[in-house]
Design a binder for this molecule. Structure first.
Ligand code: SAM
Length: 326
């Protein structure tokens, strides 16, 4: 992939402490949003608000920032930090609902920029009770919003064997998907389905015959189950299906992805909407409906070595940007 390196203007200090979230590709994301001081912006993944704070620094009193997160803990942080700021509105829910939110608040077609920084935040991964981590034993949950949906343990208890295998193969790109799914199925038939992240990690480690260098054998399965439990790819698809109608002309969509499945969705969406469909050569006028809706003003950006050293969780990040054409 032809990628720019993020600029060196931002200096990384000590490694983030456990439970702290260091915003990834902060400067590149803010540059890509091309913020206008009186514009209307959306941070669809507030997390701990690192990107949001940088956006707010660039907004004047008549600028607007809509903050969204599925995680109630993230939303309570947003309220503590920004409830008193008249520029901010705070919404607990999915960025997939941005279309409805835009309709309710008159933002449709008026948004100058949307940022999605996908995946889980460091506090989610570090807090054992959230059940995301195979390194910290906790209840097998993995929901970004524990107040709704089914936990990972409940999903594993009910999903057919073939679905578990499919999820592991497709979302985890796990070559031992069948073995792992069969081991999970055997454990539930015996009434011993793992109820904690540590027990599931141990079950997977016991059946994976060959380990990938530098990777815990449960890494791929945990990613896959998290994606399934949170319906992550479907929510991203729903969001992308609406975004062109939500942005104003010149509005920017900036997405930071952390694995190839979500990055592929974003990349294809931006590519497909930034070119004219297959037309016979020599057609002089292109119908309105066939004109591209997006332009890609910059190449994808990845973190440089300095950022990865300071924040190893940034290593797989890739940032893509697209601009709404008139
Ligand atoms: C990587 S963190 C974002 C960090 C943030 N940019 C910061 O600087 O602190 C991702 C956040 O997105 C949230 N999230 C994931 N999927 C979501 C969705 N579909 N809708 C809304 N929030 C989502 C997670 O709960 C998490 O808090």
């Amino acid at each position: 992939m032809n990628c720019l390196r993020s600029s060196k203007r931002f200096h990384y200090e000590a490694l983030p402490r456990r439970g702290q979230h260091r915003p990834v590709l902060l400067e590149a994301a803010i540059d890509a949003m091309a913020i206008r001081a009186n514009g209307v912006y959306v941070d669809g993944t507030f997390g701990r608000g690192g990107h949001a704070a940088a956006i707010l620094e660039r907004l004047a009193t008549d600028g607007r920032l809509c903050l969204i997160d599925k995680d109630p803990v993230a939303i309570s942080r947003a309220q503590q930090k920004h409830a008193a700021d008249a520029r901010c509105s705070i919404h607990h829910g999915s960025f997939a609902e941005l279309g409805a939110l835009a309709d309710a608040s008159g933002m449709r077609g008026r948004i100058d920029g949307v940022l999605l920084d996908l995946g889980a935040s460091s506090p989610q991964l570090d807090e054992a009770q959230r059940g995301f981590s195979f390194l910290r034993d906790g209840p097998l949950d993995m929901r970004m919003d524990p107040s709704t949906g089914v936990s990972a343990a409940a999903w594993l208890a009910d999903a057919p064997l073939s679905q578990i295998e499919e999820v592991l193969r497709r979302y985890g790109e796990e070559r031992y998907a069948r073995r792992i799914a069969q081991a999970i199925d055997a454990s539930r038939q015996a009434g011993r389905l793992p109820q904690t992240t540590g027990a599931l990690a141990a079950l997977i480690s016991a059946v994976v015959p060959r380990r990938e260098m530098g990777k815990h054998p449960a890494t791929r399965s945990f990613q896959a189950i998290r994606i399934a439990v949170n319906d992550e790819l479907e929510e991203l698809r729903c969001f992308l299906a609406e975004i062109c109608d939500l942005l104003c002309a010149g509005g920017r969509l900036v997405v930071i992805s952390f694995h190839s499945l979500e990055d592929r969705l974003v990349k294809r969406f931006m590519r497909d909407h930034s070119r004219i469909g297959d037309l016979p050569a020599g057609i002089p006028i292109v119908a309105e409906s066939m004109r591209p809706q997006l332009r890609r003003p910059a190449k994808p950006v990845r973190p440089d070595a300095e950022e990865i050293r300071a924040n190893p969780r940034a290593r797989s990040a890739v940032l893509r940007v697209a601009e709404r054409l008139p």
